[in-house]
Design a protein around this ligand. Structure first.
Ligand code: F0G
Length: 356
């Protein structure tokens, strides 16, 4: 009997995706990521809260971007593209580079010089993308690639590309498939706002299809130094240690606003200190190592809880942890105590540990 393993999000959800039998499947078997119940952190949210983490760091390039990229690159290949292009704070470029390599086509990535975490830069280079570090921020890079893809034969694979949204909506399907329905609240970090748009689309489609009978409230969290949707004004010089969401003018701003309004949701800002605290709790208490931007979802939930948001509610909450902690090793080392030094001597080590 042939082994039946997970086939990747396109094949698994093809009935709900704009693909035909002839659409090539450029896949690294992304998706099917774990929905991990919280063992410890949930206590900070309140008695009645059942908290789960949708851990997207275990995708093939270690972030949620793989779901959208398998769709975007498969459709680009179907349409005859020879080269993809994107702007990125690092994760989109890693995924674009990997899936383009897999498809045997070229990729070009534009990244803000000096503001992409080391692991992500390593990925773009390892997968062989033409990697261009631009003297500007993500928003500048996005403007450049939009104009280039308008005028030249390169396929834009940022989340402006509708197939990216289609692929990423599968994460909402997976949550419902595992829980047997949507959670009451779904929390996400928000940068360019593609992912909140995608989850909302996924939840709405499952309801329209009759798979589920209700919708969650969407909770979006931006970094305080890069919170245009919260303030209602674009940010010219976004700043945050969560470089993945260091974005001042999100491409999917309108769609995100619609998702928040339609779901009767909330969008809030969390400070860098709150993000780092949450990031350290997730790794140190739950054993889940995510990147700083990812921790904004749980940081935001803590903030809402402190305002009494969950008081007296019995509810299921899902927080997406968008990328793996190893993406940003510098931040991990900088926010933890230094390793202790010891001589090569058993008594010394036993003594240090207080075991002797
Ligand atoms: N978390 C991580 C780890 C991200 O890389 C991103 C976005 C987000 C959250 C926010 O998602 O943009 O859909 O609202 N990263 C993009 C990139 C911008 O280029 O990798 P969003």
């Amino acid at each position: 009997m042939a082994p039946r393993s997970w086939p990747g999000v396109i094949e698994h959800y093809k009935r709900l995706l704009p693909v035909g039998d002839d659409t090539p499947r450029i896949t690294l078997l992304e998706g099917n990521t774990p929905l991990i119940p919280s063992e410890h952190c949930h206590r900070r949210l309140g008695e009645g809260v059942r908290l789960f983490f949708k851990y997207e760091g275990v995708n093939p390039t270690c972030s949620f971007k793989d779901r959208g990229m398998t769709m975007a690159v498969s459709k680009a290949v179907e349409e005859g593209a020879q080269c993809t292009i994107c702007a990125s704070t690092g994760n989109t470029s890693a995924a674009a580079a990997a899936y383009s390599a897999r498809a045997g086509i070229r990729s070009v990535v534009l990244i803000p010089d000096g503001y992409v975490a080391l692991g992500k830069l390593a990925q773009a280079l390892a997968y062989g993308a033409r990697t261009i570090a631009v003297d500007g921020d993500f928003d500048d890079c996005l403007t450049l690639v939009r104009e280039i893809s308008d005028d030249y034969p390169v396929a834009l694979v940022n989340s402006l590309n509708p197939y990216r949204i289609q692929g990423q909506k599968t994460a909402a399907f997976e949550v419902c498939d595992v829980l047997g329905g949507p959670p009451e609240f779904h929390a996400l970090p928000v940068g360019n706002a593609g992912n909140i748009t995608s989850y909302w689309l996924g939840y709405c489609e499952y309801k329209e299809q009759g798979v589920t009978d209700r919708l969650p409230h969407m909770l979006g969290f931006q970094a305080a130094g890069a919170a245009p949707i919260v303030t209602g004004e674009r940010v010219d010089k976004p700043e945050t240690i969560a470089t993945a969401i260091r974005i001042g003018n999100p491409a999917r701003w309108q769609e995100a606003s619609a998702a928040l309004a339609e779901s009767d949701g909330r969008i809030e800002a969390v400070t860098d200190d709150e993000i780092v605290q949450a990031y350290r709790e997730l790794s140190g208490e739950e054993g889940i190592f995510c990147e700083p931007a990812s921790a904004a979802s749980y940081a935001g939930l803590k903030k809402l809880a402190a305002e009494g948001f969950f008081a007296g509610r019995r509810c299921t909450v899902v927080a997406t942890l968008t990328g793996h902690g190893l993406k940003d090793p510098d931040r991990a080392v900088a926010t933890a105590p230094e390793p202790e030094k010891a001589p090569n001597d058993i008594d010394a080590v036993v003594g240090m540990l207080g075991l002797g």
